[in-house]
Write a protein of this length. Sequence first.
Lengths: 503, 442
Amino acid sequence: MRAFALILLCASFWPQSFVIAASDSGEIQTRESITDRSIEIPEWKDWKRVFLLQDYNTRVVILGTTLLGMAAGMIGSFALLRKRALMGDALSHATLPGIAIAFILATSLGLNGKSLPILLTGAAVSGLLGIGAILLIRNLTRLKEDAALGIVLSVFFGAGIALLGIVQQMQTGHAAGLESFIYGKTASMVASDAWLIGSAGLTCVLISILLYKELTLLCFDEGFAISRGFPVVLLDMTLMGLVVVVTIIGLQAVGLILMISLLVIPPAAARFWTEKIVNMTVIAIVLGALSGMIGSAMSAIFPNLPSGAMIVLVATVMFLFSMIFGIPRGILIRKLRRYELNTKVNRQHLLRGIYEYLEARGLLNEKQTSETTLVPLAALHQMRSWSLPALKKIVKRAQQEQLVETIDRDQIRLTSAGLQEAARVVHEHRLWELYLITYADVAASKVDQDADAIEHVLEPEVITELESLLVRQSTEGVLQSPHAIEIQQAETNPHRPDSRRAT
Amino acid sequence: MSGLEQWNWFLDGWIIVAGILCAVSTALLGNFLVLRKMSMLGDAITHAILPGLAAAFMISDSRSSLPMFVGAVIAGILTALFTEWIRGFGKVDEGASMGVVFTSLFALGLVMIVQAADHVDLDPGCVLYGAIELTPLDTILIVGWEIPRVVVVLSVVLLINLLFVVCFIKELKLTSFDPALATTTGFNATVIHYTLMTLVAITAVASFETVGNILVVAMFVVPPAAAYMLTDRLGTMIVLSALLAAIAAVTGHISAITVPHWFGYHSTSTAGMMAVATGLLFVVAALFAPRHGIIVVSVRRQMLSWKILAEDIIALMYRIEERDPHQKPDAAYLREILFSRPIPTLLTLRYLTKQGQVADAGGNYELTETGRDRARQLVRSHRLWEHYLVEHAGMSTETIHKQAEQLEHFTDRRLREKLNEDTLDTDQDPHGRPIPPEDELR
């Protein structure tokens, strides 16, 4: 599956380069290669160079982004389940004023303003302030979380931009490097940065493994966590703190605007593949690592692609693939399951309709001859709110399954297999109706609809249980309907209270 | 000292006009984003227009405004659409689907721009923080007047937004507060939703060139949020948000010129300072708003807790007196029963003494005549409620005390009379203690 994802991933880049090349095709002859916008396909030795990690620089960058992807995937899973996906966005924007202030302070104190630890400390402080502001707005005012995020994001970032405007006028420092925090500059990553990312990321992962149970509880059932005496506020702050750390180490790699994508996209993609949180975190880690690795490798191979953006795009492709093809929760599989259920429901409705029609006319005694009387489609059409074309389609499918036979255009009859299946379906329907009347106090006139909703999904064990509960006598044959069945042209009252069996 | 001596009515005047136009047209729509809990959509759309710009540029191969405008608006609408799809089809949490969509589109836009950047100054930085300072330089001639192009564009956008809000105020209100009701009464909530999204995209695109998308996000969210703190009426909220946005635009530009001078620099980004100005306005509104402000709410809460403590104290003293008329409790004894903290208890007792409800006899306290009246009414409320809860609400005798303890503070004379009518048959509460009369029989 993963290999397929890779192929799909590679394939997805071709159309893009075609589009870009195509948009150029009109003018490509008149232009020199310097202004050529098309992506050149690198030679084999370039591929080899990147994939065998022969360059020191490539090695560092790929290692750094992979580690970052792993840490972000893990922390992001919890943030996503806690419905805090966009918190990372507000947070990463909120780091900008901190970076600018740290630069200004460090420079005026005579330190190297561009040293990474100083800038990241500033980023962490203002990121935490941003979180504090979000929590304050959310808890103390009538505004909701989304407004709190929007306010903090835009005001902090605006302050950051204003401060950067000042930094640019400073005589002492060259502020050129600061803007790389906005878009990220992976290529400038050096070994110490990779180590920083690695160690900080590892710390985050270790903390979240240690607090795995508590964080899981926090994500799924906060109320229960409170009632069991877990320090929920503290845990929440820890989780947010982890998000801050991951965001800050990612600033340099992918930039503050795209950092949120590493926190959101891999976990969201992982969610399509599993229902278990352990699996989800593991898959998110793998997907995060892959997008970091492939993205930065792509950017190393193709000279024109910015690595931060490439990492995000790789993650997006994985997300789209997972959303469509993911096994328990992807779109295709859910559509397929729904389709199967609908088909089954329709088939059972058809069989029950025929059975009840025959039963109302007392025609079921011919059952032993394995062929039952013909049933006109028009009569079936009136029993349910289905359109005639839909009914014909259902009949056709049932015919393929050899449950009914079409005699001429508007007449069908049950085969012996069909009759058996119909008897089973009707029996289950009436069991449930009887249960509703006996134990759930539902009025007899209303049970038909209620039973309709559930009869199709009853498990065999439930049927056995219901039978032993309701049918004291022998369980062979079909139950008598507990209410009058309304069938057009039914002349006699089909309700026969003296016998429990219809046959 | 300040930078205002360089003030130029032509340059700064147009910058402020452009800022106000942008701020007001954005804030108008922002009200509905905030009310629909979609504040972050402004952020998402403004980021995601980047690939639209780049694609339009690549296809038309020019920097002329119209194709880029159209491309960006389409990208903005697609963002809203994709977010909705991923949320609906993929069953992903709305925030996450928004995060996936806009970061992906932004990354795509970055890649496309880098491809195009060899020979064009389509700078992503310009998208982020705009170039409002350059507004007056790009003018067009309208009826003999030289008016900045941006001002013309923004005026049109403001007019459209104003028309939309005025014409569809009823529909917007209904779909924002109760989409289900809107659908049942025959308004199509989806149509209104996507019209709003289209206008949000148009406004964002028209504004981003001048003020950058961060200020657009700020104007979408912060002035409406501040207005939401100040009022409960939609109409007032819309007007207030527009007003606050305009004030923020003016103060933002002025402070962009003046504030850096205090620290010895020239000036800074107007857009950034406008965002900061909205933030300051929001803080003021959130703190000092008359009904929902943080200060008013916390003062109200504190007053209520003191009132309840005072009532608890005199009710307790009434009960003590009832049991043993000669016992005069001291503060420590009261605290022990009420589980209250020392300082509030002492302050409340002092307050009660000053009010003449409690008499201080050298550290021990006893009720005065007025205090006893009030306490009797409280205890009466409490026991009437207990009786009512057992007789009419079918609760068991063990659980009613807590309920009655809460209800007694919010029961006035009329309610007590009603309760009394319902419980005429007895003058004892379920625990067997007498229900005191409303007024003491003299």
